[in-house]
Ligand binder design. Structure first.
Ligand SMILES: C[S@@+](CC[C@H](N)C(=O)[O-])C[C@H]1O[C@@H](n2cnc3c(N)ncnc32)[C@H](O)[C@@H]1O
Length: 284
């Protein structure tokens, strides 16, 4: 979504009327819907605005969550877990805590987000790749972890492709832990969320996220974001972003992991409204 600017603080200052702004957002919508979350059409948060990611969601907020997912990874595996591959590792927030227990290899399709993660995880291996097609040659890990990035998969085919990627990289008896933001059974849009952080470098961010499901009959929903970005010189601008995400029933996740070769269980997630899907790669 790099080229899809939506409305900006500059446009507001120049006096664009509401109708003009909404027509810009409309144009943006039709492009993002038709293209989906392909490599060339990513949310701005993962491309031109990636440098703001840790001010939207800060690494230190992930400690307990990362501990919980690490425990699930170990419990689902047969034998010790030393190496973990993360698909869609984003800003490396979970990894910044999980690396205390495991040797983490981080992958994401956004080069900008890999750069953001490298800043807080310089000692870890980072690989650019799409979780639907990534194949790291001769690499098998004790576990594969897929956090909220999996929510950007918008078709059942994508979910199956991600499960195959996980199985390809997981040793026999190894585990997979998959954490979508939502499942169909407990998804209750619309809702809003706000937050943000003040950075040590003098920059600050506040955001409003508005999640809606324009067409409940399809497998996507959208989160529209307004970002207020304060630079070190005190100037503040507003940026718009749209994230198109996938919504599926529990059975779709279970089916995909089971078909890929995992013995699958469903765990309650104290950190979100959706369950966590855990699997053990069937030996032999
Ligand atoms: C919310 S961020 C993940 C943050 C991560 N949980 C953390 O701990 O920092 C979502 C990430 O998913 C990535 N992503 C989306 N679709 C992807 C795909 N098909 N393959 C790989 N990465 C993907 C985006 O580039 C983005 O970096």
């Amino acid at each position: 979504m790099t080229s899809c600017l939506g409305w900006s603080g500059q446009e507001m200052k120049q006096g664009k009327k509401g109708s003009e702004l909404s027509s810009d957002i409309e144009k943006c919508d039709s492009r993002s819907r038709s293209a989906g979350n392909t490599v060339g059409n990513r949310p701005r948060l993962y491309s031109d605005l990636a440098a703001w990611f840790h001010l939207l969601t800060a690494p230190h907020d992930y400690q307990e969550e990362a501990e919980f997912y690490s425990d699930l990874i170990v419990e689902a595996a047969i034998g010790p877990v030393r190496t973990v591959l993360e698909l869609g590792s984003g800003g490396g927030n979970n990894a910044s805590h999980m690396k205390e227990r495991f040797t983490m290899t981080l992958t994401d399709f956004s080069p900008e987000m890999l750069e953001v993660s490298r800043r807080i995880n310089p000692e870890l291996t980072h690989i650019q790749g799409d979780m639907r097609s990534l194949r790291v040659d001769h690499a098998q890990f004790d576990a594969v972890f897929v956090h909220d990035a999996v929510t950007y998969l918008t078709t059942e085919e994508d979910i199956h492709a991600m499960a195959s990627t996980a199985a390809f990289h997981c040793r026999p008896g190894g585990s997979v832990v998959v954490v979508p933001d939502h499942v169909w059974e407990s998804f209750t849009p619309p809702y809003t969320e706000n937050g943000g952080h003040d950075g040590l470098d003098g920059r600050s961010m506040r955001y409003l996220m508005w999640t809606t499901d324009p067409d409940p009959t399809d497998s996507t929903y959208v989160s529209d974001f307004a970002y207020l970005l304060r630079e070190t010189d005190g100037t503040v601008r507003v940026e718009y972003d749209r994230h198109v995400q996938g919504i599926f029933s529990k059975s779709v996740w279970i089916d995909a992991l089971t078909k890929a070769g995992f013995q699958t269980t469903v765990q309650t997630d104290p950190w979100g409204p959706a369950p966590v899907f855990c699997g053990t790669n069937r030996v032999g």
